[in-house]
Design a protein around this ligand. Sequence first.
Ligand SMILES: *Cc1c(COP(=O)(O)O)cnc(C)c1O
Length: 381
Amino acid sequence: MSSKEKFIPYFLPSIGKDEIFEVVDSLKNNWLTMGPKVIAFEKALEDYLGVKHVITLNSCTAALHLSLIVSGLKIGDEVITSPLTFAATGNTIAHLGLKPVLVDINPETLNIDPKRIESAITPKTKAIVVVHYGGKSADLNEITSIANNHNLTIIEDAAHAIGTLYNGKKIGNHGNLTCYSFYATKNMTTGEGGAIATNNDEIAKRLRKLRLHGISKDAWKRYQKEGSWYYEIEECGWKYNLTDIQAAIGLHQIKKLDSFIRKRQELAKLYNTELSKIKGIKLPYQNFSLDDSLHLYPIILENYNRDQFIKKMAESKIGTSVHFIPLHLHPFYKKAFKYKEGNFPETEKIFKGLVSLPLYPKMSKKDVEKVVKTIKDIISN
Ligand SMILES: *Cc1c(COP(=O)(O)O)cnc(C)c1O
């Protein structure tokens, strides 16, 4: 390998001139925080998703937090979710004095296994946080029918799934509250950012208030010409709003999202074709559908040490990642909720060989070919 050979990072964002000009426009117009661009971005998201209300926030973590709050849960209530997820999904549940009740995944989809949900439900269960792992939708038909039988709220962690279709409709149209992330590495970005989609007018109104300290009426307009100095704190909210500088990026990213997803799908198809020729690798997205936004391209090593593999890939100048270290294996979850190794065998089996390969619109087919060749060299040596 020549030392000049280029590094293929795990992720690169796709930021174009449009995003740059729009951010500069915000800076030049002296409106930096939440304002007209946030409102326009929310409208663009509502149109794209086909939902009544989108409330933007400064992260998906904030979206999950507020979604749990407006679901009216009480301390000690139980919330079901998947162990194969990011800290945000479990931590927001724990923050509110709720108990995250983890339910093992289906190893074929890497999503929560609906068949295991029923037996985890107790009289204290009040909600299910459904993670759409990798942008492949969870089995919402099955989960919705269980939720309806037990009067549970469905909150979707769609951090990976903006643009994903389920039953012909975008994720955001099926549950009660759907949370998105615009973090730098996600399918579309605002640097940091998030949003909640809901069709419920009352809940939308409360969410808009809660993101700005619980202050009544368009608090963001206070410094505009038509704004008033007067406000009332109606309940104890948070400071969770997005800024116009961030929305400036989002306004253009949302227009490009479908083309980003198509490019991901093309590259994933190439990965599938080439990697299926190599023995010892399981490809969870071998039969992906064009409905899947493919936020991740995970592979599962069947008999090669994962940590060693990641190290060798890095030595060959290829970035990889792992999504995720299962929640129940983290010290906090062991200590606070008495989880231990062995609790979720399917998740643990998958985790042992799990690696995410680089997948983003800026990658070329040549990049994918290099990744595949490197994997072949590592695994067959
Ligand atoms: C990234 C991510 C989040 C958190 O998103 P932020 O916008 O960084 O708060 C939540 N859930 C999952 C599954 C994620 O991957």
